[in-house]
Design a protein around this ligand. Structure first.
Ligand SMILES: Nc1ncnc2c1ncn2[C@@H]1O[C@H](COP(=O)(O)OP(=O)(O)OP(=O)(O)O)[C@@H](O)[C@H]1O
Ligand SMILES: [Mg+2]
Length: 479
């Protein structure tokens, strides 16, 4: 628990001017009658009545909008918190909506007051706005201050319990209203030459419910995420940075990118999509990573294809090249300073070829969980059928279960077939045709490969062999 004095100095610039106290006291009677629902008025008045008689028993915290050059977190939190306390008893309320927000946001207007009761403690909030000679950080000649008044005897409770509660509530409210962001370098707003992050709203519909993957693996991942977000104090205790790494690997179209979106939606974390190919060197990489926010997912897709990252040593000495981002630079920074600069960081790499990755990336402790996204299984297929056709049973499902156990079909391929018709009979019959065709092609390919082995074993003339091989390859391509 922080000491009273440290919380006071961190969160507020505290003033206990007698004048201010008097003003508040004088207005209490009006305040309570103005804004508190009638049934509460009597109680509040009897509680706050003492203020009128004894000004020295009451104190006021002044919460400035700005703390030096940065926004005062407590001001922001108080404004959000008070927004939820607004009711018809107020005379004026500010209403706004930014493109970033889902809902209308309401804040109390200058001069308005709100009474709140917390664990039996009565407090009075007031929004004030002082005209100033100097232009404030917000570009206006005014200084906005939220004042919080209460009895001196309640100071300990207000500072140690009520204000942290206000912060907590406002964080929760922000989360509820949060529109996720997808950050990337370049295309949507970021200046690629200046190398800054641009962002757009992320409205990816993927959730854990819509992802077709092994159910036990899915549950293990959800449990892992739940544990991770709950373990702030654990990470502090064991001296580890509060971060977690996931490597998603598997063939194209098996849901790696969709799973990232599902995780972001589940955690309500923003995504930073990092294209290493667009980054000039390790110092730029560091700058970009440092400017990412907490509670976010850093994604590096197709890590095996991103630059010459497979060979650490090679990349490290490749100093004259334009692109000098190295795997060691990336990993050192992710493991080291960067991760300790922030909290609740998730790092995700994806690849189609796990076998091509540098062992440095795979060694224990680097990526905490390796998740194999594979071809569609019957249980995954049922999820897709339920998502796309809205059904859980159908006479053709068992036949398809059998077919997809025999031949490798990706969830993306199945999804594409299921989207072809809203009529379950037509869609599933189409899917059967598709899978049967794939089986046929697979069989033909197998047969060709077997012939190829025969040729390898029997034909000695290398020229003839290569001509035949070329012909076979052409045949295979035709499929
Ligand atoms: N496991 C899955 N569950 C649900 N839908 C899936 C799944 N896999 C693929 N899909 C569907 O196929 C589309 C493509 O999948 P996605 O982009 O997630 O695959 P990927 O593994 O990231 O592929 P790549 O390796 O090519 O990047 C998705 O938009 C989704 O509709
Ligand atoms: Mg992908």
């Amino acid at each position: 628990m922080p000491s009273t004095s440290s919380v006071l100095s961190a969160y507020t610039s505290f003033t206990a001017s007698a004048m201010l106290v008097k003003t508040v006291i004088n207005e209490v009677q009006t305040v309570t009658t103005q804004i508190v629902p009638k049934r509460l008025q009597e109680i509040i008045l009897s509680k706050l009545g003492g203020l009128c008689g004894n000004s020295s028993s009451q104190m006021t915290l002044a919460i400035d909008e700005f703390n030096g050059y940065s926004i005062n977190q407590l001001y922001e939190a108080s404004e959000i918190y008070l927004g939820a306390k607004i009711d018809a008893s107020l005379d004026r309320v500010k209403v706004s909506k930014s493109p970033k927000e889902k809902n209308l946001s309401m804040t109390i207007e200058e001069g308005e007051k709100i009474v709140d009761i917390f664990q039996g403690v009565h407090v009075l909030w007031e929004m004030t706005c002082l005209k100033t000679e100097e232009m404030s950080k917000s570009g206006k000649f005014e200084k906005r201050v939220i004042e919080l008044s209460f009895y001196k005897k309640d100071m300990e409770k207000v500072v140690n319990s009520y204000l942290p509660y206000v912060m907590e509530r406002s964080d929760a409210m922000k989360e509820e209203d949060k529109v996720l962001k997808l950050y990337a370098l370049g295309p949507f707003g970021g200046d690629i030459d200046g190398g800054s992050w641009g962002s757009t709203n992320l409205h990816h519909p993927a959730t854990f419910d819509t992802i077709a993957m092994d159910p036990s693996l899915k549950q293990a991942l959800i449990d892992d995420l739940d544990r991770f977000v709950k373990r702030r104090s654990f990470y502090r205790k064991v001296g580890k940075a509060w971060k977690r790494g996931y490597l998603l690997y598997g063939p194209p179209g098996t849901g790696k990118s969709s799973l990232i979106a599902a995780m972001a939606n589940y955690l309500k974390f923003n995504i930073y999509d990092l294209e290493l190919a667009n980054i000039f060197n390790n110092s730029e990489l560091r700058r970009l990573l440092v400017s990412t926010a907490n509670r976010s997912i850093l994604v590096i897709e197709d890590i095996d294809c991103s630059l010459e990252l497979q060979n650490r040593q090679h990349a490290r000495y490749d100093l004259n090249e334009r692109s000098q981002v190295t795997l060691s630079g990336l990993l050192n920074f992710i493991d080291g300073l960067w991760s300790s600069c922030g909290d609740e960081r998730i790092i995700m790499f994806t690849t189609n070829h796990k076998d091509r990755l540098d062992p440095a990336l795979l060694r224990p402790g680097r990526m905490d969980m390796h998740i194999h996204m594979s071809y569609c299984t019957p249980s995954g297929f049922r999820i897709l059928v339920s998502n796309y056709l809205g059904i859980n049973s159908h006479k053709l499902l068992v036949e398809i279960d059998e077919l997809i156990t025999e031949v490798k079909v990706t969830p993306a391929e199945i999804a594409e077939e299921l989207m072809k018709s809203e009529d379950a009979d037509i869609a599933l019959e189409g899917l059967i045709k598709f899978v049967k065709k794939k089986t046929e092609i697979g069989n033909k390919r197998k047969a060709t490969e077997e012939t190829d082995i025969d040729i390898d074993e029997n034909v000695v003339d290398s020229k003839r062999l290569s001509t035949k091989k070329r012909r076979q390859l052409k045949k295979i391509k035709k499929f």
